[in-house]
Each structure stands twice: as C-alpha cells, then as structure tokens.
Design a protein around this ligand. Structure first.
Ligand code: FAD
Ligand code: EPU
Length: 338
C-alpha cells in the first residue's frame, strides 16, 4: 500500500505553479497500488482528486481532500496487421510516449508532440493539436471505478469524445481512474500536414516529403514559438475553449468584425479563434498583478511568479465579460477549476 502523506505542497504538481496545499496525497506507482488503495476507507471518506501532470488544472484554494497522483509507468507494443496497438501506463509523460512512437516508426501521435501532461489524462479532454485529436488514434483504455474498485475497459464508442470533451469530463467525472491507454498506430506513416502552420514551417525548411520525425520536430518548434514553457512561466495552455457557434451568429459577428478568424465545424457551425477574440479586446500580453495573458498567445493565461489561483480566476472572469460584451459570445474555460 503506498504511503499517505499529509499537508503536501501542490506547487510542484501543477504547471500554473500555484502554491496550494493538499490535505492528503498518495502517489500511485502501479495498477497493484491502485487496486489495493481503492480498498482504503479514506477513498470513500475524502473528496478525491485524480492528478496526472497537473497541466490542465487551476487551484483556487487548498485541496482539503485526497490527491491521487497517478504515476503508473510502462509502454508495450502488440502487432496487429499493418498496425500496432501501443499501450502506455497512465503515468507515462505524454511527450515521452510520443517520442517513443516516433523513434519506433509508429505513426499517428506525432502532431501531438510536446503537449504537457500524462497519457492517463489524454482521453479526459480528448487532447488535440495541429489537426489531430486523441480520438483519431484511441483504441481503448482501462479504468478503475472509485466506487467499487473494479476495472473496466472503455472502447472508443464508450468515450463520447468531442472537441476537448469526453465522458470522463461529464457523466463519469471523477468516477473512474484511468490506469492505461491503448492506441492504434500505423507502421506505415500517414502524414497529416494539413494544418497551415505545419505547411508553412515545412516550406520554410524545404521539406517536401516529411517523415513522422520531421512532423514532430516542426510541431515542436511551432509550439515553442507560441506557447510559454511551464518550467519558466506558469500556465495551463489554452485557458478557454474555442467557441463553436451557429452559422447565423457567425454572419452577425463577421458583418461587424470582418477580420474574425473562424473554421467550419460540420455544415452548420463554426469554431471561432478565442485567441483572436481576446486579443481584439486588447488583452494580448496584458499584465494584471501577478497574472496576465501570454505575449504571443492571448488564449494562454500565465502566472508571473506569485499569482494565486483566485487572482487568475478573477482575471479570466474579466476576459469572459469583455469578450461577451464585444462579440456576444461566452467563452468556456478549458482548464479544470478546483
Ligand atoms: P491533469 O492536469 O493532472 O488533469 C486534468 C484532468 O484530468 C483533471 O480533471 C484530472 O482529474 C483528470 N485526470 C488526470 N489523470 C487522470 C487519470 N489517470 N484518470 C482519470 N482522470 C484523470 N491540451 C491539448 O489538448 N492540446 C494542446 O495543444 C495543449 N497544449 C498545452 C500547452 C501547455 C504549455 C500546457 C501547460 C497545457 C497544454 N494542454 C493542451 C493542456 C494539457 O496538457 C492537457 O489537458 C493534458 O492532457 C493534461 O494532462 P495532465 O496529466 O497534466 O492532467
Ligand atoms: N490568434 C490571434 N491572437 C492570439 C492567438 C491566436 O489572432 O493571441 C489567431 C492565430 O493567429 C490563428 C488562430 O487564432 O489564426 C488560431 O491560433 P493557434 O493556431 O495558435 O491555435 P488556437 O486555436 O489558439 C488551439 C488549441 C491549442 C492547440 C492549437 C494548435 C484550443 C482551446 N486550443 O489553439 O491547444 O495547441 O490549437 O492546434 O483548442 C490547449 O488546449 O491547451 C492548447 C494549447
């Protein structure tokens, strides 16, 4: 049974670098740890927080319950025709997993290079970047029910994946602890270089027939140029989702703001670039106390050193209000507020 620690600082465990405390903290290093720990009476008595890399959370206060930090390691590969089913422990660092796949010529996750966090959290918000979402390569995941301690396999059709969304954020929020995720990857590269920024960077490097390693490097360099590195400046990536609106609403906005940036979603809806909306309200690179928006990406809120979670949260309220007043669109937070 892993030891239960008390009054632990969560600062090293969240990429925003917020100085919150956890009343109880347990580091789960294996499925056996998880199975045995789920029998502990504290699991029913305390409020639980399942934590991976802490790269999509904002602590607005101390966490007065039990944090289960998931550190289950391991990667295995099973061949299945031209494809491979690659299974990784929930605690594997997402980018280590991506690099493993790139090195072993397993195609499908290279566009998701450098996303912070763990493999176990990747299905929770169906992580996505540069034209690929987790759902495009997801095979299944194994998860343990908090209530019963029993494991269950979730297949693609069970997960209700959507844009930054899944069943694990909605009706099963907090109910299951993901212990491993399996991915269906191809041993023959299916390069996805549709995203504008990837094409521009490939052209810049004179690469006409990119390998998955080249895509991974290109995505890496685009990300480094736009996004702050949490090791030096606290943040949790995009703070808000890009809002999805019906065509009629886009027409109204575009009539008033012809430069609005949008992308079609199916035949009837459009996704607006929230970064552009926020920048248009004068927020790009703004510093407000110890928080603010990133100078190269207004969608990312940052901690300039000693920000409290409450300070970041109230700054985000201000952004929501101003974007709503100007565009009539209500931004929804992507980051999990605790
Ligand atoms: P945490 O922050 O620890 O947890 C996130 C949520 O998942 C919580 O609700 C938690 O309870 C739950 N959870 C975590 N682990 C498990 C588990 N094993 N079982 C069940 N529930 C669990 N996201 C993108 O989609 N695309 C991006 O391009 C992207 N870029 C980013 C860039 C930066 C600089 C940063 C800091 C973040 C970025 N993110 C991005 C957000 C973040 O990386 C992802 O949401 C990531 O999947 C979070 O992983 P984590 O392990 O840190 O999760
Ligand atoms: N833009 C602005 N001003 C800004 C920021 C962006 O005008 O301050 C414009 C850009 O010029 C571009 C458009 O908005 O034309 C989109 O910007 P970008 O390509 O940077 O992507 P994004 O929509 O802001 C989304 C994801 C990111 C993901 C990138 C790349 C969401 C909420 N965010 O950002 O994911 O890495 O696309 O695919 O969907 C995250 O989820 O944490 C995250 C970082």
């Amino acid at each position: 049974m892993p030891p239960i620690q008390e009054n632990i600082s969560l600062k090293p465990f969240n990429t925003f670098g917020i100085a919150a405390q956890a009343k109880y903290f347990v580091d789960i290093q294996s499925e056996a740890d998880l199975e045995s720990f789920l029998k502990h009476p504290m699991v029913k008595e305390e409020t639980l927080l399942i934590l991976g890399g802490g790269s999509n959370v904002l602590f607005t206060k101390d966490f007065m319950g039990l944090v289960l930090k998931i550190s289950i390691p391991g990667i295995t590969v099973e061949e299945d025709g031209d494809e491979s089913i690659v299974t990784a422990g929930a605690g594997v660092v997402w980018n280590d997993f991506v690099q493993y796949c790139v090195q072993h010529q397993l195609a499908g996750v290279e566009n998701l290079t450098l996303i912070p966090g763990t493999v176990g959290a990747s299905p929770v918000q169906n992580i996505g970047a540069y034209g690929v979402e987790l759902k495009d390569v997801f095979h299944s995941c194994t998860a343990y029910a908090v209530e019963t301690g029993r494991s269950r396999v979730f297949r693609f059709e069970d997960c209700q994946f959507g844009y930054r969304d899944s069943i694990f954020k909605n009706e099963l929020k907090g109910a299951y602890i993901i212990s491993s995720v399996s991915f269906r990857l191809s041993r023959h590269a299916r390069i996805n270089s549709q995203y504008g920024a990837i094409q521009a960077e490939l052209a810049n490097r004179n690469i006409t027939r990119p390998t998955i390693a080249a895509i991974s490097e290109v995505v890496s360099s685009i990300r480094v140029s736009k996004l702050p590195d949490p090791a030096t400046i606290g943040n949790a990536g995009s703070f808000f989702k890009n809002p999805v609106i019906p065509a009629a609403q886009l027409d109204e906005i575009a009539a008033r703001f012809p430069k609005v940036i949008y992308y079609p979603v199916g035949k009837t809806h459009y996704k607006l670039a929230a970064g552009w909306l926020i920048e248009s309200c004068g927020f790009k690179g703004v510093i407000s106390g110890q928080t603010g928006t990133w100078k190269n990406q207004a969608l990312v809120l940052v901690n300039h050193g000693e920000a409290t979670g409450e300070e970041v949260y109230s700054f985000s309220e201000k952004i929501i209000d101003e974007v709503c007043q100007k565009f009539g669109v209500t931004l929804e937070r992507e980051v999990n507020i605790l």
